[in-house]
Structure formats: structure tokens, C-alpha cells
Write a protein that binds this ligand. Structure first.
Ligand SMILES: CC(C)(COP(=O)(O)OP(=O)(O)OC[C@H]1O[C@@H](n2cnc3c(N)ncnc32)[C@H](O)[C@@H]1OP(=O)(O)O)[C@@H](O)C(=O)NCCC(=O)NCCS
Length: 382
């Protein structure tokens, strides 16, 4: 197999592998898909594995920001992992995934995430279960009890509002000390805000993206920095309740709307799980946020057969809301890179030990849990 970056001339073949992997793409979506992937081709973000001239497998890297304890960093979003049916089970998926991990590091990312259709291949390459997209469904009527408060002006928005949306997300996720949520870059947002069937509204400190889906309403994002704006946006969505049966929304697990509702007895939550990997231990530790009042000084020994530069004993130092990982000769607990990635994402050391991802010295477990505490989620599927 030969690996190379895909070009616009490869896209018909990519669609063929994709169709054989994920099922047919409706004709109306094909052009939107081309618009999404074409800009990343010259950046070397779409890889193909070729058997001679024949495309056998693909994987691509989406350029995202991800907040960890309120601090954003660039994140490699792995998507479009497909292997032709006739080439599966022969290590081609693993080959292209290793290449995509190396490419993400070359592009400067210290962390990566993906929504797995299957766990073992990603786990064997260092990704571990970390968080979920929480999709909550409530009867549309339930939103009727949220009344607008104050004089919040809402206006329709479009692609030219991409920068504004990004600024609001940054403000909200920093203030909430959020872990896990992502943002597209400006080109990605422009693409998204150009979806003809979506309803898009912007306030000074919030926005909503929603649409009809049969007799129901789907809310992709509803993000607000103030109580007034949250109420204004949710009551607008709730105004569909004369027609809509239910409202389904991607929410943070502790999204304020769940506390604005008068009744929660009919709420249903679906979780779509994502996996996470630290690609570069010292960079990832330095780019994360931490609770301001917490100090940590602990050595951990990390094993990483895929990215050898991570395989070392690292002294983790956290204070004043920032962290550092420095190579050390000290002794400490042992973690696989999967275990270290899960720890970084807030999975408790007790879980890691019982799951076989961490062993040895227990002295610093509580301090590690406190420094890396997080309830990671994402609003967006990719
Ligand atoms: C999932 C997929 C990418 C794997 O590619 P592949 O070339 O078959 O993978 P590999 O041969 O490198 O296998 C790697 C490991 O994953 C395991 N694996 C692969 N597909 C699996 C599946 N569907 N379920 C469970 N395990 C699977 C293999 O058994 C192997 O583990 P092992 O070494 O312990 O035996 C491929 O089957 C595919 O394209 N599937 C359809 C589309 C899809 O699901 N894409 C993933 C989207 S996130």
C-alpha cells in the first residue's frame, strides 16, 4: 500500500469508498460534502492508501479547537475513516490511522478526538473513551414555560457571522471552564452557517442553530452567555410547540436549560461516545487549563508504542491554572497512553486502575484526579 495526500481528482473514488463504508450519500449532500472537504486537500489533511492506482482506504483530519478546562487548543478531529470492504481485516485501517496520527503531530496538534464506529482499532492506537455528545429530547411543550426576559434582540445570521459565533463560543466555554466542546475554524463555520434548511439566529452574547425534522425540532447548538439570552433563544425554539411534538438538542450535561425547565420527567438522553488521544504529552499538558487553586507535583510513567516520544517518565507540575510535563528520573505510577489520555480527559484514577490502564504507586491519585477533573462533552458530531 502506498500512502499519499488526496487531490480533487480523487474525490469520486473517495465517494465510492465512502458509499461502500457508510452507505449511499443523498445526491443533494454530495455537493455540500465536496465544499467541506475541498479546502482541506491542499493542506494535506485527507490521506489515501492506494493499492497500485486503486484507492483502498481514506482518513481525514478536521481542524478544530477544543476547550479543556476553559482553555482552547487546536485539536485533530479524525473523520472519514473508511476501508474498502475487500481490503478490510488486513491492517489497512491501522496503517492509515498511524499515518494520520503522525500527520496531526506534523500539523502541530497535541490532542486528537474521533467518534468511533468501533472501538478496538482506535484503542490499539492509543485513543480511549473520554466523553460523549449528549442529545436530550423533551416534549416541545416543556419549553413553553421558559419566557423571554428583558429586551434581547435576535437577528437572523449567515456565513458572515462566523467570527462572531466563534467569539461567543470562546467566551461561554472559558466562563464555564468547559472540557471537550469543539469549534470549527472560520472556513468550517462559514460552511455550516450556509445550510439552507437551518434556522440561524444571533444575539449579542448567544446564538442558535435549529431545524425541522419531520414533526420535531432539532437544535444543533444553543449557546448563551447570559440568562436573558438563554431564555430568549429557548423560548423562541419553544414557540414551535404548537406544531412540533418534541425538541431534540445537543447539550452540555449540565446545560442551564435543564434547570430552566419546569418539568423534566419526560427527558430522554442519548449519548454518542467519542474517543480521545494525547498526541504530544508535554505540549498537551502545557495547553490545557487547570483549576486555579490546585497544585500537583507527581511523576507518571507513560507507555506509547505508536508515538515513541511520549514514552517516558513525566513529572507533571500544575499550579496557578497552568501545567507542565518535564522528563524525569523519578518513580511514579505507570499509564498506557490510553490511560494518560483518559486521565487528561478527567476519567478518575480509580476507574483507570480497575480498567487496567494504570498501575503502581497510588500516592498521587487524589491530586491527579483533582488537577485533571473534567466532565467532557461535545455539542457537535463530526
Ligand atoms: C473499521 C475499519 C476502518 C477497520 O479497517 P480494517 O482495515 O479492517 O482494520 P485493521 O485490519 O487494521 O484492524 C485493526 C483492528 O481493529 C479490529 N476491527 C476492525 N474492524 C472491526 C469491527 N468492525 N469490529 C470490531 N473490531 C474491528 C480488527 O480485528 C483489528 O484488531 P486485532 O488486531 O486485535 O484483530 C473498516 O472496517 C471500515 O472501513 N469499516 C466501515 C466504515 C467504518 O466503520 N469506519 C469507521 C468510522 S469511525
Amino acid at each position: 500500500m502506498e500512502l499519499r495526500y488526496l487531490t480533487p481528482d480523487d474525490l469520486d473514488d473517495v465517494l465510492d469508498v465512502r458509499r461502500r463504508s457508510f452507505g449511499p450519500m443523498p445526491a443533494a449532500d454530495v455537493e455540500r460534502w465536496r465544499d467541506l472537504v475541498t479546502p482541506i486537500l491542499p493542506e494535506g489533511r485527507y490521506l489515501g492508501a492506494f493499492d497500485g492506482a486503486r484507492l483502498a482506504a481514506t482518513a481525514r483530519l478536521r481542524p478544530f479547537s477544543q476547550w479543556w478546562y476553559g482553555r482552547p487548543q487546536s485539536m485533530a478531529g479524525v473523520a472519514g475513516v473508511t476501508v474498502n470492504p475487500e481490503d478490510r481485516g488486513r491492517g489497512v485501517g491501522s496503517l492509515i490511522m498511524r499515518a494520520i496520527i503522525d500527520r496531526a503531530v506534523e500539523l502541530g496538534d497535541a490532542v486528537s478526538a474521533l467518534f468511533p464506529a468501533t472501538t478496538p482499532i482506535y484503542r490499539s492506537l492509543g485513543f480511549e473513551h473520554a466523553g460523549a455528545q449528549h442529545t436530550v429530547t423533551v416534549p416541545a411543550e416543556a419549553l413553553r414555560t421558559i419566557r423571554p426576559a428583558g429586551q434581547v434582540k435576535l437577528r437572523r445570521m449567515g456565513p458572515d457571522d462566523a467570527a462572531e459565533v466563534m467569539a461567543i463560543l470562546d467566551r461561554v466555554h472559558r466562563a464555564a471552564r468547559a472540557s471537550g466542546p469543539i469549534s470549527a475554524n472560520e472556513a468550517g463555520w462559514r460552511w455550516w452557517l450556509d445550510e439552507p434548511d437551518d434556522f440561524l439566529y444571533l444575539a449579542d452574547d448567544g446564538y442558535v442553530i435549529y431545524r425541522w425534522s419531520g414533526h420535531d425540532i432539532e437544535v444543533d447548538n444553543l449557546v448563551a452567555a447570559s440568562e436573558e439570552t438563554a431564555k430568549a433563544l429557548w423560548s423562541m425554539v419553544g414557540s414551535s410547540s404548537s406544531i412540533a411534538d418534541s425538541v431534540t438538542a445537543n447539550l452540555a450535561p449540565d446545560d442551564p436549560v435543564l434547570w430552566l425547565l419546569r418539568e423534566r420527567s419526560k427527558e430522554q438522553v442519548r449519548q454518542t461516545r467519542w474517543m480521545f488521544r494525547v498526541l504530544d504529552v508535554p505540549e498537551a499538558v502545557a495547553r490545557r487549563g487547570y483549576p486555579a487553586g490546585v497544585t500537583l507535583d507527581a511523576a507518571v510513567e507513560v507507555a506509547d508504542p505508536v508515538r515513541e516520544s511520549n514514552a517516558a517518565t513525566w513529572r507533571l507540575e500544575v499550579s496557578g491554572g497552568t501545567g507542565a510535563a518535564i522528563r524525569s528520573l523519578d518513580q511514579g505510577p505507570r499509564l498506557t497512553i490510553n490511560g494518560f489520555s483518559a486521565l487528561y480527559a478527567g476519567i478518575p484514577t480509580a476507574t483507570l486502575r480497575l480498567a487496567g490502564l494504570m498501575s503502581g504507586d497510588t500516592r498521587h491519585d487524589e491530586a491527579l484526579d483533582t488537577a485533571f477533573a473534567a466532565r467532557p462533552y461535545m455539542l457537535d458530531y463530526f
